[in-house]
Design a protein around this ligand. Sequence first.
Ligand code: ZN
Ligand code: ZN
Length: 289
Amino acid sequence: MQPANYHTHTTFSDGLEAPGAYLREAIAQKLVAFGFSDHAPILFDPSRPHVFMSPQQLSDYLAEIERLKKVYSGRIQIYKSLEVDYVPGVVSVDSEHIRNAGLDYTIGAVHFVGYYKKGRPWYFAGSERGFARGLEEIFHNDIRACVQRYYNLVREMVQLHPPDIVAHLDLIKKMNPTGRYFSEQAPWYKEEVVKTLEAIASAGLIMEVNTQAYYKHGAEEPYPSRWVISLAKALGIPMHLASDAHRPEDVAAGFQHVMEMLYGLGLSTVRIFEHGRWVDRPVEQRARC
Ligand SMILES: [Zn+2]
Ligand SMILES: [Zn+2]
């Protein structure tokens, strides 16, 4: 098992409990390293309510993690991060409030693809209804244009504002579990994925294997799908497991199952953050504890 998780959410963004509850659970589940990565503030429009977290909450969040590092010192390694959206001209890991946050590492993600007519950004990963609405209003139901725009944004993030870790690479498939919108085997889709993996490989970034779809939605495939993981492996992209926990009990949810999957795909190491630096550790098929 991988006794570490670097992608988690607390009440500082859309998680269910305060940070301390996650640490108690992580210690109970024998994790040795734990990273907080609440959604970073996105300052779309200063006159509107902030998405996920306000700049004021950001300072409270950073202070709370520093406090917990002291309280739990010696019992678990605690890391301070943010899941930072990439929205062109609005936010990236290079935004001032992110650079000034003193993070141990950054996770980069694309959750917003374009804007509704009235200017509201489209969060495509919320609900099936919201997905259908954005697809119609912004892309006139052209799913290929929508998916291509998504992967373009991921590549732009990787090339212009690279985070340490790329989150849930193929999240755009979230509302497509039955293949209703597109086939992952379509040549155009594969091409987008391959181009994006090549960009990640040349930027030297880590790609997380996100277990949330598996344990929360019962999907067979994690983010990204197994065929994408195999291609990433062939390109030498370092990977690790991430549960994207929004509840303390999910601090390592799906890890054993998906780690066995990675083992089956021939992955020999995972890249984890240990005592402040990234190191490669062997993939173990069986649970450690
Ligand atoms: Zn995310
Ligand atoms: Zn997340």
